[in-house]
Design a protein around this ligand. Structure first.
Ligand code: UTP
Length: 302
């Protein structure tokens, strides 16, 4: 059985919703509490057994490349100052067995095009795609991509991460439809990019986690521009469905859409409330604002 060892991170979008923060850096480098969004995603992939991380980068590539490169000067300085804990934090960004590849998407032609750009690093093997601006958190449980790898192992077909949303939001997502196979799993019979609520096949929306068979690459080569005049991964998946079974998996966990300001703020609050050093002080601060954290979160307060 082919295991999933390659993870693609398309990080070449323009990030217009976060301007001016994203004028010089990719939105995936924005920090949630103390870690850039991209690192949440790369850690999720590595923990699920992936050892080849492919970053499809755009005009704001430098900070991302630097983040995954060895930082000789910083590491030497931390060593000299005996800041061993911080040195370990810096060195853990790329574990020793992990290999990073950077590929340039010279024009932001869409997510489908970004995935196609990764072709030289993917080869003829199934691979994962993680959109770091979807921060997915499942404290104490399996990560979203790990849950999907488990489904892939069983089904040996492409698996798309999904979530139930309010139907009125369908115009923001790829939407899927198809018969339910078990509690969280269904077969995809239909997939449409950003339909109006009336045209949406269901209330099940695609989120930024995919496991794809390599056949998608050939399809992407002939995929025409679709919604938003971009080459859409969703359109290529709709084409792939004609020749292979594809599954939708409603992951267990919480998703924060960090491509939007409100989702990004929510992620910061939620992660701060789970943070070993910060949770207690942050809870006190919320109480001062007269915001009472819910019961399960109160446990984290002093
Ligand atoms: P978004 O749809 O969020 O677009 O991309 P965006 O350009 O990043 O952000 P806004 O809407 O202008 O604020 C979804 C994911 O696909 C990547 C993005 O980096 C993000 O991870 N992407 C998108 C690319 O890598 N290349 C593209 O051409 C488009």
């Amino acid at each position: 059985m082919t295991s999933i060892t390659t993870a693609v991170f398309p990080v070449a979008g323009l990030g217009t919703r976060f301007l001016p923060a994203t004028k010089a850096i990719a939105k995936e480098m924005l920090a949630v509490v103390d870690k850039p969004l991209i690192q949440y995603a790369s850690e999720e992939a590595v923990a699920a057994g992936m050892d080849t991380l492919v970053f499809v980068v755009g005009r704001t590539k430098n900070a991302i490349i630097d983040h995954y490169d060895k930082a000789y000067e910083l590491e030497t300085e931390l060593e000299l100052r005996k800041k061993d804990e911080m040195l370990a934090v810096v060195q853990a960004v790329v574990p020793a067995h992990v290999h990073c590849v950077f590929i340039r998407q010279s024009e932001a032609l869409g997510l489908g095009h970004a995935v196609l750009c990764a072709e030289p690093a993917i080869g003829n093997k199934p691979f994962a795609v993680l959109l770091p601006d979807d921060l997915i958190y499942n404290k104490g449980g399996k990560s979203c991509i790990q849950q999907m790898v488990d489904v892939y192992k069983e089904k040996q077909g492409s698996v798309i991460g999904t979530q139930i949303v309010d139907r009125s939001e369908s115009h923001k997502y790829g939407m899927v439809g198809g018969p339910k196979l078990s509690d969280r799993l269904s077969r995809i019979d239909e997939i449409v990019e950003k339909p109006s609520p009336a045209d949406s096949p269901s209330d099940q929306a695609v989120v930024g986690r995919y496991i794809l068979t390599p056949a998608i690459i050939e399809i992407l080569k002939s995929t025409q521009r679709g919604a938003g005049n971009e080459i859409q991964l969703t359109d290529a998946i709709a084409e792939l469905r004609k020749s292979e079974e594809i599954y939708a998996y409603n992951f267990e966990g919480s998703r924060y859409d960090c491509g939007s300001k409100i989702g990004y703020l929510q992620a910061n609050v939620e992660i701060a409330l789970q943070h070993d050093e910060l949770a207690s002080d942050f809870c006190d601060y919320l109480k001062k604002l007269n915001i009472e954290p819910s019961k399960d979160r109160l446990k984290l307060c002093k």
